[in-house]
Write a protein that binds this ligand. Sequence first.
Ligand SMILES: *Cc1c(COP(=O)(O)O)cnc(C)c1O
Length: 379
Amino acid sequence: MKSIQMTDLISQYERIQEEIDDAVLRVIRSGRYINGEEVQLFASELSKLTGAKQVIPCANGTDALQIALMALDLQEGDEVIVPAFTYAATVEAVALLRLVPVAVDVDPLTFNMDVRKIEEAISPRTKAILPVHLFGQSADMEPVMQIARKWGLYVVEDNAQSICADYTFSDGSRKQTGTMGDIGTLSFFPSKNLGCYGDGGALLTNRDDLAEKLRQIASHGQSQKYIHERIGCNSRLDTLQAAVLRVKLPHLPAYIHARRKAAKEYDAALLSANGLFEIPYCIPQSNPVYHQYTIKVNNGKRDDLQNYLKKKGIPTMVYYPRPLQRQPAFRNILKTRGDLSVTDQLCTSVLSLPIHTELEEAQLDYIICQLIAYGKTNS
Ligand SMILES: *Cc1c(COP(=O)(O)O)cnc(C)c1O
């Protein structure tokens, strides 16, 4: 059995090596390293895949969040509602623009923003809600959109982890994550479900007016060369990365299928184990894409289990070990109007198991066996 990793990008590359090598060499030989034709081609292919009317490529997922917020023309001190349990980039983008992040606790089952707690976080200065589709599952978007409409708020979706997850509304309509609010953001960091070989990101929107602004902002505030309409930034997807992404894009459905299949096997095995583990809970409205397979470990056994698995050659990760409200950088700027006890609790009990497109049946069986063995002796 090959040694187990959290992600196996090299094996994934080897399966599409010829196509990738061709694409990369084509770009190098073309000499068009910035805004080459691959960038626009990738944008239109991604638009087809996601159903987003407009796709604006940019340099990374953190820039995408910042550019999205810049396009909303908010004022210093305006508030943006964020989930407390997320990667720091979500809140960083808000803080960099001198906006105030207001943290809402997450649902203990889904790990996503607890929609029952959004309204108590709203103040006269609230301008936007920024839900994160964490670990591959859509946030509960119908209530998010209802609250946003009722209070006249923008919705920016941090979709870095959940490309191609979907959500079904009560009227039967179905949309992909990142295409329900005003703007959705994506990251193509190598280990994301659609990753390039470096940094990359994109913005999704169905609003033409916002698309134009986003494009301008990502390009030094210009629509025409050397006419700067607004203060923007320099955030481009490299032609090389676009070429890599164009090769990988058609494989994404198969990649997602592989993740879902592994998740199902984990689910079945861990459900029949004892009550030590809680498998990821899926809301009926969403079809998750399992960027992470994150379990909860009860009885304070998380760290012990992680050590046990490490000794057996099984890597795991804690996403996320420390809540944002306890981070030196955010402690004093993150506001909250409720308690964040679920987030605190999750940081001590969650554990993400290996799940990726190259995970072999024998590896999965081995991981499951070790989990069950641990469960038997520690119940
Ligand atoms: C990865 C990630 C980002 C940032 O993406 P980068 O491309 O690394 O800048 C933002 N938000 C979430 C939730 C992420 O997982």
